[in-house]
Design a protein around this ligand. Structure first.
Ligand code: TGC
Ligand code: FAD
Length: 409
């Protein structure tokens, strides 16, 4: 298989913008496709095509305006990208973990914010309802969330408790047939547009409990957070709860941090794949640009320093693909550990951020414009490096796993 892209130019020798958007091909240096089933490839290619048609042509404008492209949710639902690995009886695709990962890869190739919309809905709202909720919860909420009729958000982080969610102060107090919920959550993806929130709060024994809060309940509000320079095509807000009545039937049985952390494992796994998509898009753009742009009488790709960058990029992408594919097989077998997931999330997001910066350099001045995707991916990846556990928290998780010593505290 050739890895050299086809260069499409108009009569003036300049590259057509629409052609640029159309041209992306996956990069598969080690024939990962040979490890995938037809079902995997069909799902991946369907999402790739949708991203080309629906996301790439509009994403720069939404990013620039700092606007959430909410019309895309219906398309995500039609693709089966909202909770793809949950059972069909709840309106989901019943796909395996590699299909889910490949879908996230293609979505993040479009934009991290679009992948976030799918991750939050599928892994942080639908998955906890499926895993920790009752059959009644599942039947009531999952089909509507899978079809995009309902939007959910996940409230764990607080203004004073980010990396250390165990310190949270949001709390519930027993009041007969319901609890009274008070507190505030910070940095919550989709909260301003959410119909429901999966909220984590401490009960009177200090145990962390999860619950489904319907956002039209009196006392709930979700002010939007403005001024983000990253993930601008995603909407982020607070969650504020002032004496909110939560029926006891809405509270999950699970107690302790393993409730929210088990959902994070699922979402972090999706991010590990997603980051590969962002990295591939940057590499793809840099490779094409370096073949088209000439300086000192030859293409940039002909200089050793450019080739070093490109060679390192495809090497890191290939390593990440293999790491993540293996993790996916472990996920399918129910054998992946949280620490293995941490390693992939940390490695791949960092890899993608380094590639975005290098790719941006290859584009020279053009690289800082929205004619090319690298700067947008780079800005987005600063968030991805931080949410779902920061880069350093994941390093410490690996450190604890290999030494047996907790260095968090
Ligand atoms: P620790 O004592 O280690 O663990 C408490 C309990 O949880 C269990 N556990 C897990 N269970 C399932 N999956 C995991 N990944 C788990 N990690 C730990 C653990 O076995 C224990 O169970 P048990 O039965 O003994 O009680 O907890 P700790 O307080 O020492 O904290 C550990 C630490 C620092 C790793 C954890 O707090 C952490 O991961 N912090 C990072 C916080 C974080 O990731 N926040 C993410 C917020 S959500 C988000 O960012 C969404 S972004 C949305 C988007 O995509 O747009
Ligand atoms: P802090 O915890 O204050 O960390 C600041 C720095 O200190 C980091 O570099 C960190 O690595 C370091 N640090 C912290 N503790 C240690 C330690 N023990 N040792 C060494 N270094 C340490 N949360 C949700 O619940 N739901 C969401 O939907 C959601 N969406 C988000 C969307 C966006 C755009 C962003 C930016 C965040 C989102 N988050 C969400 C929150 C995210 O998970 C937190 O930002 C993240 O967990 C880090 O918490 P913090 O920002 O409070 O940073």
């Amino acid at each position: 298989m050739s890895h050299k892209p086809t260069v499409m130019q108009n009569q003036n020798g300049t590259v057509e913008k629409s052609a640029k958007q159309d041209r992306f091909q996956g990069h598969d240096y080690y024939d990962l496709d040979g490890l995938l089933s037809d079902e995997h490839k069909i799902a991946r290619d369907a999402v790739r095509q949708w991203v080309k048609q629906e996301v790439s042509p509009v994403i720069e404008e939404y990013f620039e305006r700092g606007e959430y492209p909410k019309h895309l949710l219906k398309g995500l639902a039609d693709l089966g990208a909202l909770g793809p690995s949950l059972p069909e009886k709840y309106g989901c695709a019943g796909a395996d973990e590699i299909t889910y990962g490949l879908m996230m890869q293609e979505l993040e190739r479009g934009d991290s914010g679009v992948r976030s919309a799918a991750s939050v809905q599928g892994s942080l709202v639908m998955y906890p309802i499926y895993k920790w909720g009752t059959e009644e919860h599942r039947m009531k909420y999952l089909p509507k969330l899978a079809s995009g009729e309902m939007v959910g958000c996940f409230g764990l982080t607080e203004p004073d408790h980010g990396s250390n969610p165990a310190g949270m102060i949001t709390n519930i107090k027993d009041n007969g047939d319901h609890y009274i919920l008070n507190g505030a959550k910070m940095w919550i993806t989709n909260s301003p547009v959410a119909d429901i929130a999966v909220v984590w709060a401490k009960d009177e024994e200090g145990k962390i409990r999860g619950m489904i809060v319907e956002m039209d309940t009196p006392g709930c509000s979700a002010p939007e957070i403005h001024g983000k320079l990253s993930l601008r095509a995603s909407i982020t807000g607070e969650l504020v709860f002032e004496d909110v009545r939560v029926p006891k039937s809405q509270v999950f049985e699970v107690k302790g941090l393993k409730g929210p952390l088990s959902c994070l494992s699922k979402a972090r796994y999706g991010i590990a794949w997603g980051a590969i998509g962002a990295a591939m898009d940057c590499y793809d753009s840099a490779l094409r640009y370096s073949l088209e742009r000439e300086q000192f009488g030859k293409p940039l790709a002909g200089f050793q320093l450019t080739q070093k960058k490109l060679a390192e990029m495809i090497t890191e992408i290939t390593k990440a693909q293999l790491l993540t594919w293996r993790l996916g097989t472990l996920m399918n077998e129910g054998k992946a550990t949280p620490a293995q997931i941490s390693m992939a999330k940390r490695n791949n997001v960092h890899m993608a951020l380094v590639i975005a910066r290098e790719a941006r350099q290859i584009h020279g001045g053009m690289g800082i414009t929205n004619e090319y995707p690298c700067m947008r991916h780079m800005m987005n990846l600063e968030t991805v490096l931080t949410y779902e556990g920061t880069h350093d928290i994941h390093l410490l998780i690996t450190g604890m796993d290999v030494t047996g010593i907790n260095a968090f505290k």
